[in-house]
Design a binder for this molecule. Sequence first.
Ligand SMILES: Cc1cc2nc3c(=O)[nH]c(=O)nc-3n(C[C@H](O)[C@H](O)[C@H](O)COP(=O)(O)O)c2cc1C
Length: 325
Amino acid sequence: MLKLGSLKLKYPFFQAPLSGYSDYAMRRMAIDFGCPLTFAGVMLAKISLHPKVLRKKAFRPQEDEHPVGAQILGTEPEMMAAAAKELVNVGYDLIDLNFACPAPKVLRRGRGGALLKDPDAVIKIFRSVRDAVTCPVTMKVRYGYGSGDENRDKFWKICEMASAEGVDCLGVHGRSVLEKYRGKADWKVLGQLKKEFPQTTIVGSGDLFEAEDIVNKIKETGVDGVIIARGAIGNPWIFSDLKEALAGRPLPASPSLQQQGQTILKHFELIQEIYKPGKAARYFRKFLVNYCKRHPERKKAQADFLAAKNEAELLPAIKHWYGLN
Ligand SMILES: Cc1cc2nc3c(=O)[nH]c(=O)nc-3n(C[C@H](O)[C@H](O)[C@H](O)COP(=O)(O)O)c2cc1C
């Protein structure tokens, strides 16, 4: 079980907000494979307050996917609080605050990971949002802005203050903002955090790709749970594997080629319900590149998928390479 304030998850993992990926289709696939909580991709608080945005279906949670979280990005406490309220009004069950994003255009505006340089600003935002909504409010941070002592001190200060304020969960990616995705995530810091703040729900993020390795990381560090990110792209099986691994049972047999194909087709169907013809096939490519990783003729299959110009060309290619003809 994983406790995020008033929200209790059956399993100690959830799917990350994944900008450009975690739309309803990816969330639905994760849920179908046993993921107990998913997130929409990060939203700029300012954008979510635009009167037309949250009226669009793409930005609203669907009835069959609760609990589902929204993650927001911004610098102004009042604006973040107003955005959180709107998101809860349209049906999101949890609000996560992004103090982790390393994208240059985000950092230039002092948002996301840039806020790790200013612990007081982080806590002001947290308080403002927490006081505006009744749902759980969680935070995602990285292991400091950079690696020097000053950055690390600020990181610990933020964790200490957030814990004292009663944050419903502290999600930590064990890389600094400046590290982006280089090197390996530092999981030792997650163990230290859990020891330091035993009352706070601590979840870890970074390099989570294999169920057994993930279970080992949970055991070694004592974290309450984990956030599955890249490991879930084109790989919803990670959730069914994790459930078994956490229960100490052997992993399920790898899906056959046909089973993989059926899963891919289901995901593609969902995508076609969301995106216009043409866009759907183009958009699905980035998922297919990941789905293909299990294919024995990966390169050839991938080349065919990338060459498909529209849905009418992509569908028979998927069926061909996954033996569904
Ligand atoms: C394509 C992509 C989009 C992401 N979008 C978000 C996001 O919207 N919000 C967020 O907090 N983290 C986001 N992340 C970071 C992940 O949540 C995670 O912390 C990071 O990828 C490290 O975990 P991993 O190595 O297991 O992928 C994103 C990562 C990727 C690769």
